[in-house]
Design a protein around this ligand. Structure first.
Ligand code: CS2
Length: 469
């Protein structure tokens, strides 16, 4: 297949066309159509930058999907994108694509912060600047705004709604996006909200494939192999897993199972296992590893102290996870370790460290709460949270500035700077209610203060040595 390969008709609009969805959802959809046909071409939408559109356009929306394994790499052309739109350039065109009745699914990878919700309550944040703009104008800027306005157009035209398929790493991602969409719709037109609630579907799903950001060096290397300059290749691990609740408007969906996805009734167990065991330890390794001077996850777990730390974390996390049927959590942890150690994957600790304020609640704090409730240890988990606090303070252990990317970055940096003692810094961070529910903050404070004091005094690597079992 190549850029000249005829495209299927479009059945999906995808909001947030980053590397992850092109390495994951697009590959599954390509496989489902190869296995059992259907018109499930994907109109990709970038909500911010034109960079992906500009790189894909000369290639007729085709790109290379590169599987990186310790044994070498495999390159495959993916030809499921039928168009790529850039929302800020032409929001009307995006809405028209979403309102077209041939589109049956609108999927999203807009990252945690793209839902404009409060991470501790999972509810829409009406004070979010993009939501305020979407309430004031007909042409939206936020992902929830696009969903609501497009559904409004479909209702006005007498068409069925589409299925909204959130593919972000959030617990109960379907219920979460349903909640923010209904809340926003209700503020615009209560009857629209009722119609969406009655007719649209919001299945939850668990997505998993490690996909580091593509670098310029990757692009040059892949171009040299394929003989096609530029483009927008995606690089990812061999593993991938998608568990999807089978709840689509009129049952209209690709034959995902033909591509290896698991169609399930309830995805809660898959999501909890993945968020707590994978994403929780990913974030823990990202902050501690970064502070200790490790650039990638593979380099971090190649350090024996960190290898022991991640195993300590899994020992703390596993009792707080109810596995999906037939899954052995120790086997799952062992497989995760091998995935992290894959030397072909250059997944930067700095990349995973981004947006911690949006990630901590579902990745680490839920596990900590469950362990405190059951009187189980939280020492390793507290080092992880303390290392996030140190990281967002903006200075690493060698005194160098950290480029902290987080919607709360400025506020968090200021909080850290305002207080001299570690004890006061921890108290100030724990008072950030977007991240820490007050009751949990109070229960966590003694153990977290202790962990933070050791971390600040001795550094991440030494603090970890104290907790590994
Ligand atoms: C990572 C995830 O960047 C991050 O926060 O933890 O992107 C992770 O690589 C994926 O969820 C793996 O499926």
């Amino acid at each position: 297949m190549s850029a000249d390969t005829p495209r299927p008709a479009s059945g999906i609009v995808h909001l947030g066309l980053g590397a992850f969805f092109r390495a994951f959802g697009c590959v599954y959809v390509a496989d489902t159509m190869a296995a059992s046909g259907g018109d499930w071409g994907i109109v990709g939408v970038s909500l911010r930058s034109p960079a992906t559109r500009d790189a894909l356009k000369p290639h007729g929306w085709s790109y290379a999907s590169v599987t990186l394994s310790p044994e070498g790499e495999k390159i495959r052309d993916i030809n499921v994108l039928t168009d790529v739109l850039v929302a800020p350039e032409d929001p009307t065109k995006v809405l028209a694509a979403m309102a077209d009745p041939t589109i049956r699914i609108v999927s999203l990878t807009v990252t945690e912060k793209g839902y404009c919700h409060n991470p501790t309550t999972a509810k829409l944040n009406p004070d979010h600047a993009d939501i305020a703009a979407d309430l004031a104008n007909d042409l939206p800027v936020s992902a929830p705004g696009f969903l609501v306005r497009a559904l409004q157009m479909r209702r006005a035209a007498g068409h069925a709604p589409f299925t909204v398929l959130s593919c972000d790493n959030l617990p109960d991602n379907g219920a979460l996006v349903r909640g923010v969409v209904l809340d926003l719709a209700r503020r615009i037109d209560p009857e629209l909200a009722d119609w969406i609630a009655a007719n649209a579907r919001f299945p939850s799903c668990m997505v998993d494939r490690i996909t580091p950001a593509t670098t310029d060096a990757d692009i040059a290397r892949i171009a040299a192999i394929t003989g096609r300059p530029g483009g927008a290749p995606v690089l990812h691990e061999p593993f991938s897993q998608w568990a999807i609740e089978d709840d689509f408007v009129d049952g209209a969906r690709p034959d995902f199972a033909a591509a290896g996805a698991e169609m399930v009734q309830d995805v809660t167990a898959h999501e909890q296992m993945k968020l707590r065991m994978l994403n929780g330890t990913h974030s823990a390794l990202a902050y501690t590893g970064y502070l200790a001077g490790h650039d990638t996850i593979a380099a971090t777990v190649a350090d024996p102290v960190f290898a022991a730390y991640v195993r300590t974390l899994w020992a703390e996390i596993m009792p707080a996870v109810t596995p999906p049927q037939g899954v052995n959590l120790q086997d799952y942890a062992d497989a995760l370790f091998a995935r992290y150690a894959n030397p072909a994957i250059q997944h930067r600790t700095w990349q995973i460290a981004m947006d911690g304020s949006q990630k901590l609640p579902q990745r680490l704090l839920g596990t900590i709460r469950a362990n405190l409730d059951a009187d189980r240890p939280v020492d390793g988990l507290c080092i992880a949270v303390a290392s996030w606090m140190r990281y967002v303070g903006g200075t690493d252990e060698a005194g160098q500035p950290i480029d902290v990317r987080d919607p709360l970055a400025e506020r968090l940096r200021a909080l850290s700077a305002q207080h001299d003692s570690v004890e006061d810094k921890v108290a100030a961070f724990l008072a950030v209610q977007d991240v820490f529910p007050p009751d949990l903050a109070a229960r966590l404070r003694p153990a977290l203060t202790d962990a933070a004091q050791r971390l600040w005094a001795a550094g991440a690597r030494a603090a970890i040595k104290d907790v590994i079992t």
